[in-house]
Design a protein around this ligand. Structure first.
Ligand code: AMP
Length: 216
């Protein structure tokens, strides 16, 4: 099963992806995570991407094309994959179709997480992450027991550089401008399933499971 999860920043793509991966054993492909790793490791891609990311802007399509082609060269993708945060532009969606066609693969379903922008502000500006185990917290809605320290592994929590109001506003406007056409592209193919992402996490996941069970 090959899936794409799509939604504005803070809609819950990361959290829902983790649950889907665990239950359906798919390979999680997050271009955001791949780019952050590239920035951290100061690779050529990372150095090119860094400025765009800090400003909350999209990284150019050519860079994204290269990291996706490189990712498909690894054998584990045969097991089925879950794209998270990619494709983000119409050009990336068209490009992905071409890449998949050449590999004899296709996307089975696009899970579209719907939520109002206003709700995302608290989620994003309050978000804190554990750099060691990946646990996600929120200082307003899901604080760690000890402030700034991961409950699971004791590591100091961090805030993503782009999780501030200024970057969020740019990211939201990029999302509406560039990613809405991606959703429309897949709607025309008839593979989009809409999910109300403003609900409680468990309810959102239960809706996603219902969709995926229908595909299995
Ligand atoms: P994310 O973790 O998915 O919110 O991505 C963080 C940042 O990485 C975005 O704000 C963009 O700057 C960049 N990025 C991630 N995925 C893509 C993509 N598919 N196309 C362009 N830029 C991306």
């Amino acid at each position: 099963m090959n899936l794409l999860i799509i939604g504005a920043p803070g809609a819950g793509k990361g959290t829902m992806s983790e649950r889907i991966m665990d239950d359906y054993h798919l390979i999680h492909v997050s271009t955001g995570d791949m780019l952050r790793a590239a920035v951290k490791n100061e690779t050529a891609v990372g150095l090119k991407a860094q400025e765009y990311m800090n400003r909350g802007e999209l990284v150019p399509d050519e860079i994204i094309h290269d990291i996706i082609v490189e990712r498909f060269s690894q054998d584990d993708m045969e097991a089925g994959f879950l794209f998270d945060g990619y494709p983000r532009t119409y050009a990336q969606a068209v490009d992905l179709d071409e890449i998949l066609k050449q590999l004899g693969k296709k996307l089975d379903c696009v899970i579209n997480l719907n939520i109002e922008d206003q709700e995302l502000i608290e989620r994003i500006t309050g978000r804190r992450l554990c750099p060691a185990c990946g646990e996600i917290y929120n200082i307003y809605t899901k604080p760690s027991k000890v402030e700034g320290v991961c409950d699971r592994c004791g590591e100091s929590l961090i805030q993503r550089k782009d999780d501030n109001l200024e970057s969020l506003q740019v990211r939201l406007s990029e999302y509406h401008k560039n990613t809405q056409p991606v959703i429309e592209y897949y709607q025309e193919l008839g593979i989009v399933k809409d999910v109300d992402a403003s609900k409680d996490k468990e309810d959102v996941y239960s809706d996603i499971r219902d969709i995926l069970e229908g595909l299995c």
